[in-house]
Design a protein around this ligand. Structure first.
Ligand code: C2E
Ligand code: MG
Ligand code: MG
Ligand code: MG
Length: 280
């Protein structure tokens, strides 16, 4: 067998490639079976105002707990759901779960609080997106001004179409965040075509803030650019006091990351609201 003769590193590559293809097929098959199951749930990660330290929102993050395979991270199954189109039914369920939960919180004693839900590109461009969202908001009796939709730069390549969808969402009262900003290719010139409320600085630029050869300027530049365009900024993946200090100095409006809290189960998150979470 060729494998026996091969060098160690070749064997390693060969096996890992095989297992990656197998994993992908297995995830795809399991995803089809699981789509209507109770295996998906949401975690909620707090978003904190950097001036007051108060909770101003959360991001809903999907978890898949497979009975045999264990927990499968979204980075592994969301892209497959996207490629196969399974993201459409799944995304609708995610949005419904998020709105049901939001409905419980919206009368809590939080002046401003929004829940952000990630949308994938296929969901964003589905012809009946607005109808689906309207239906879910009505059915769950959720206040649209408490809902934020997170999009990514890849969705704004078709400027005309994207801006038309975003303006319709805005006219319903929904907030818009640009997620993972700085990792895509959107030009500054395009950004001003869209009604974006919040720019989320990608984690990679937050990581650059700490460490000795990191380029802190990128985060600082994104913040001032966003402010010039009239958007607020959320720093993603904040893990250290050093990063927080820098972000405050450069007037980032909000932040999210393990420094404040990891994504929490609904019950844990509810306790946080009840306690009146303030980061200090
Ligand atoms: P994202 O939307 O950029 O979400 C932020 C990710 O960063 C989450 O990973 C979160 O758990 C993680 N994170 C938060 N704070 C920190 C930190 O301080 N350090 C580090 N290293 N990571 C932090 P998660 O939950 O694994 O989700 C990964 C990605 O999967 C998301 O990135 C998003 O693109 C996608 N995703 C998750 N849920 C959904 C969903 O319901 N729909 C869609 N379309 N995509 C989703
Ligand atoms: Mg996100
Ligand atoms: Mg992000
Ligand atoms: Mg991301």
């Amino acid at each position: 067998q060729a494998k026996k003769e091969g060098k160690n590193n070749f064997q390693f590559y060969d096996e890992s490639l095989n297992s990656r293809i197998y994993d992908r097929l297995q995830i795809e098959n399991e995803l089809r079976k699981a789509i209507d199951s109770e295996q998906f749930s949401l975690r909620y990660q707090p978003i904190v105002d950097l001036v007051s330290g108060q909770l101003v929102g959360a991001e809903a993050l999907t978890r898949w707990d497979h009975p045999e395979l264990g927990s499968i991270p979204p980075d592994q199954f969301i892209p497959i759901a996207e490629e196969t189109g399974l993201i459409l039914p799944l995304g609708e369920r995610i949005l419904r779960m998020a709105c049901k939960e939001l409905k419980k919180w919206q009368f809590a004693d939080t002046e401003r609080f929004t829940l952000a839900v990630n949308l994938s590109i296929r969901q964003f461009y589905q012809p009946n997106l607005l109808k689906i969202i309207q239906g879910i908001l009505r059915e769950t009796e959720t206040d649209p001004t408490r809902l934020t939709i997170e999009i990514t730069e890849s969705m704004t390549m078709n400027v005309k179409k994207a801006s038309s969808i975003l303006y319709q969402l805005k006219s319903m009262g929904i907030n818009i965040s640009m997620d993972d900003f700085g990792t895509g290719y959107s030009s500054l010139n395009c950004l001003k075509e869209f009604p974006i409320d919040h720019l989320k600085i990608d984690q990679t630029f937050i990581r650059e803030i700490s460490g000795t050869n990191g380029n802190k300027n990128i985060a600082a530049t994104i913040i001032s650019m966003a402010h010039t365009l009239g958007m607020k900024v959320i720093a993603e993946g904040v893990e250290t006091e050093e990063q927080l200090h820098f972000l405050k100095q450069h007037n980032s409006d909000e932040a999210q990351g393990y420094l404040f809290s990891k994504p929490l189960a609904a019950g844990e998150f509810h306790l946080l609201i009840d306690k009146g979470f303030v980061y200090s």
